[in-house]
Design a protein around this ligand. Structure first.
Ligand code: SAM
Ligand code: GLN
Length: 290
C-alpha cells in the first residue's frame, strides 16, 4: 500500500494497478473517479491537475477509498453517485445500486405513450424509477413504497435534488401487509427476485448490498404473486402492471400473471437480448374485483 504523497498522476497510476490486481476491470477509470471523490472535484478537473502534487489530506482519503474498493466495496457507495435515465442519483450503503437493466423497465413504460396520472411503485430503493417517471411524465402523481427506512431517506433526497418531491408520496410499508387506499393506472416494480440458490453465488460487490433488496424467496418469485394480487385489486380497468424480472423468470412470471387473470402479457428483452421486463394489463374482461 502506497504511503508517500506524490503527483496526482502517480497516485492514480498506483491505484489503477492496485485495483487491477484486485480483479477490478476498470481500475484506471475507477481510480480517477475515486481521486475526484477525494478531491471533491469532477473527473475532468482531476485530469487537468495530473502534474500537481496531491495534498496530504487528500492522499490519505484517496488511499482509504482505494483500499475499500480493493475489497470490492461497490464503487457507487464510495463516489455516492450513479446515473440512471441520464439523471444523477445519490446512493449510499444500505440501498441497492441502480442497475442499467432497470432503464429497460422505465423506457418500456415511457414508450407506451400513455398519459399515466396515478402510479404506484413497490420497492423504490434509491427512488430511480419513481423519480425518473416523475421527471419524464409531466403532471403524474406517484406513490412509492419501500420496507426500508434508509431506502426512503435516500429516495426522498433524490426526489428533492431532482425537483419532483411535490409529486411523489413515499410510504414505508411491507407490501405483503400493506393495502393501498386508491387505484392506479400503473403499478411498477423492480422487486427482489434472486432465488435462494443464486443468493449463494453472488458477485463480491453484491454481497455489500442489502439482502432485502435482492432476496425474492425460495425461487425468487414471491413478489410477483403479491404484485399480481395488487394489480387485480388496485389497477383501474386497462391499467398496466410492469415489472423487472430475472432473465430466466419470464415463463414463470407470465404464468403467475395469467393465472391471476391479467391479460395482454408481453415480455421485453434488455440490450443483451435477455428477458428483462414483463408487462400486462388488467383487461376489461377480468372479473378480478369480485
Ligand atoms: N427500485 C429500486 C431500483 O430499481 O434500483 C430498488 C429495487 S430493489 C431490487 C427492491 C426494493 O424492494 C428494495 O429497496 C427493498 O428494500 C424493497 N423491499 C424488499 N422487501 C420489501 C417488502 N416486503 N415491501 C416493500 N418493499 C420491499
Ligand atoms: N439485478 C440485480 C442483480 O443481479 C438484482 C436486482 C433484483 O433482485 N431486483 O444483482
Amino acid at each position: 500500500m502506497k504511503n508517500s504523497v506524490s503527483s496526482v498522476r502517480d497516485a492514480v497510476l498506483w491505484a489503477a494497478s492496485f485495483l487491477n490486481k484486485k480483479g477490478i476491470n476498470n481500475g484506471r477509470l475507477e481510480a480517477e473517479l475515486l481521486m475526484a471523490r477525494a478531491m471533491g472535484k469532477n473527473r475532468a478537473a482531476v485530469l487537468a491537475c495530473f502534474p500537481d502534487e496531491v495534498p496530504q489530506a487528500v492522499f490519505h482519503k484517496f488511499r482509504q477509498l482505494v483500499e475499500k474498493r480493493g475489497r470490492h466495496f461497490p464503487l457507487q457507495y464510495l463516489t455516492g453517485i450513479q446515473d440512471f435515465m441520464s439523471l444523477p442519483f445519490y446512493v449510499e450503503e444500505g440501498v441497492l445500486v441502480p442497475r442499467e437493466d432497470t432503464e429497460v423497465l422505465v423506457e418500456t413504460i415511457l414508450q407506451l405513450g400513455r398519459s399515466f396520472e396515478n402510479i404506484l411503485e413497490v420497492g423504490t430503493g434509491s427512488g430511480i424509477i419513481a423519480v425518473s417517471l416523475a421527471k419524464y411524465i409531466s403532471g403524474v402523481k406517484i406513490t412509492a413504497t419501500d420496507i426500508s427506512g434508509k431506502a426512503l431517506e435516500v429516495a426522498r433526497k433524490n426526489a428533492e435534488a431532482l425537483g419532483v418531491q411535490e409529486r411523489i408520496r413515499f410510504i414505508q410499508a411491507d407490501v405483503f401487509r400493506w393495502t393501498p387506499a386508491e387505484k392506479y393506472d400503473l403499478i411498477v416494480s423492480n422487486p427482489p427476485y434472486i432465488s435462494r440458490e443464486e443468493m449463494r453465488g453472488l458477485q463480491k460487490e453484491v454481497l455489500f448490498e442489502p439482502v432485502e433488496a435482492l432476496d425474492g424467496g425460495e425461487r425468487g418469485l414471491d413478489f410477483y404473486f403479491r404484485l399480481a394480487e395488487l394489480a387485480k385489486e388496485y389497477l383501474v380497468p386497462s391499467g398496466i402492471l410492469a415489472v423487472e424480472i430475472g432473465y430466466r423468470q419470464a415463463l414463470e412470471v407470465r404464468g403467475i400473471f395469467e393465472r391471476a387473470g391479467l391479460t395482454g402479457i408481453e415480455v421485453i428483452q434488455d440490450y443483451a437480448g435477455r428477458d428483462r421486463v414483463v408487462l400486462c394489463k388488467k383487461g376489461k374482461e377480468c372479473n378480478c374485483e369480485e
